[in-house]
Design a protein around this ligand. Structure first.
Ligand SMILES: Cc1cc2nc3c(=O)[nH]c(=O)nc-3n(C[C@H](O)[C@H](O)[C@H](O)COP(=O)(O)OP(=O)(O)OC[C@H]3O[C@@H](n4cnc5c(N)ncnc54)[C@H](O)[C@@H]3O)c2cc1C
Length: 434
């Protein structure tokens, strides 16, 4: 399983450096710690956190391989909150000081006040965009404000920061931090350019009553490993640059790049109305929810647990991996509301015969109708729970378990699996929202 701790260690080292030089500027004398000094510390830590935000947003391959994109984005959110709280404290403190002295901030200080207001706008929209009923796209546009805020903050810290002024070594490190953040920004911009230039033609769009659109594009020379996802941008202008992540379900190397898209909002609804011949932008592949990235081979015992559209990475594995490379003991449990939601059941049944794995469907709301006699596969009524895991997943503690589905299901599964003795290092999960 990919781990968060190397990234946490890296971030902690960055904060410790800032903290150390702040302490050095006070000669490590606790009696010199006053509100002014604490405000300076808050600024240093807040700005360091902002730098880490730029780094985590850049999707560096090294960090993604180390921690996985969802861990990076979780850290990105945490750094955002930390940066906002710290910089708000720093700015609020100095504004209050100025007001009580009847001073109006000007020059670099005035720029700092502007940056604080911009950061507040960006942070509030990021934290509450759902409550504010903003679209994801609007939130992303507002989020770009953080780039000028970072640049102003850098200028402000170098011009006014007393810790930086009193420590030339720290100033050099500070420039090095800013250089890495700047490189990350360039990488993000290059990613947007690559996305814009990577144009794939829509070849076919299949829809049905399940709300799942099967989107088939020309693959070009795109390489990926089954289970990886790509950012897909559709539409004109800025919309094309606000891509959404989807797992590729086609076999690598085939002429078509396919996705199964479950309707849940504006973008996913729009996928159904794409027309053959239209252009779609792709950035990727990303992700480590794959068999090779987790070192899984034929000798391993694997249990896959999918909820709803969370089937896509497993579908990709099962379609795209030859029988001899798949774990010889592989069980797939797929939870859906009703049998008609299990749109890939017939294909999975065929694949299970060809490739020698077991597939079991669990239906939470099949109600009085039960499971139709002609349902293509083994089905049970009810949710995927401890009983079902024990019946079909044994010996659980010896398996690597891969889970992909709604957040609540992933949390429930993790609890059950841990209670059944599956080690955390054997539980692998992919969240379908960042
Ligand atoms: C790694 C990964 C793989 C995925 N694979 C698939 C797949 O194979 N098939 C599928 O149907 N869905 C997949 N999803 C989910 C899909 O990306 C979202 O359902 C889609 O982006 C929702 O967009 P919307 O505009 O339709 O809905 P909205 O109403 O805008 O969003 C619904 C929720 O989806 C999340 N979301 C929206 N936009 C983004 C974005 N750009 N990036 C990350 N999260 C976002 C947010 O949490 C939001 O609250 C995957 C998500 C991730 C993170």
């Amino acid at each position: 399983m990919k781990k968060a701790w190397p990234m946490i260690a890296l971030y902690s080292a960055g904060f410790l450096v800032s903290f150390y030089y702040w302490g050095l500027s006070l000669n490590f004398d606790p009696s010199r710690v006053n509100a002014n000094a604490l405000s300076g510390l808050a600024a240093l830590l807040g700005f360091t956190a902002m730098g880490f935000q730029l780094v985590s947003a850049a999707r560096w391959r090294l960090f993604e391989d180390m921690a996985g994109l969802d861990v990076l984005l979780t850290l990105h959110r945490l750094m955002g909150v930390l940066a906002f709280v710290m910089i708000l404290f720093h700015g609020g403190f100095h504004m209050a000081q100025n007001m009580s002295a009847g001073l109006t901030p000007d020059g670099v200080e005035g720029l700092g006040v502007i940056a604080l207001f911009l950061l507040t706008a960006a942070s509030i929209t990021a934290m509450a965009y759902k409550g504010l009923r903003l679209s994801y796209e609007a939130f992303r546009i507002v989020h770009f404000i953080t780039v000028p805020v970072y640049v102003i903050g850098l200028f402000h810290s170098i011009s006014l920061g007393t810790t930086l002024k009193s420590n030339p070594d720290f100033l050099t490190i500070w420039y090095a931090f800013a250089f890495i953040a700047g490189l990350s920004l360039l990488k993000t911009a290059a990613g947007k350019l690559r996305l814009f230039l990577s144009r794939h033609t829509v070849e076919a769009v299949e829809t049905d009553s399940s709300g799942i659109t099967r989107l088939h594009l020309g693959a070009g020379d795109l390489q990926f490993t089954p289970g990886q996802f790509m950012f897909v941008g559709a539409g004109k202008g800025l919309h094309a640059l606000m891509p959404h992540p989807f797992t590729a379900t086609s076999v690598p190397g085939s002429p078509r790049l396919s996705f199964a898209v479950k309707e849940c909002g504006d973008f996913t609804r729009g996928a159904a109305s794409l027309m053959p011949g239209e252009k779609v932008h792709i950035d990727g592949p990303y992700g480590v929810f794959t068999l090779p990235a987790n070192g899984i081979g034929p000798a391993d015992r694997v249990l896959c647990i999918a909820g709803g559209i969370g089937i896509t990475p497993f579908l990709a594995w099962l379609r795209g991996t030859p029988r001899e490379a798949l774990p010889a003991d592989l069980v797939l449990l797929w939870g859906n509301k009703t049998p008609s939601d299990a749109v890939f059941a017939a294909e999975l049944e065929d694949l299970s015969r060809d490739k020698g794995f077991t597939v079991v469907h669990a239906f939470s709301r099949a109600g009085g109708k039960g499971i139709p006699l002609d349902f293509p596969g083994t089905g049970v009524l009810g949710r995927i729970d401890a009983g079902l895991l024990a019946s079909y997943g044994a010996p659980l503690a010896e398996r690597h378990v891969f889970v992909c589905g709604p957040g609540t299901m992933m949390r429930d599964m993790a609890k059950i699996l841990r209670a059944q003795g599956v080690k955390g290092s054997r539980i692998h999960s992919e969240r379908f929202a960042f």
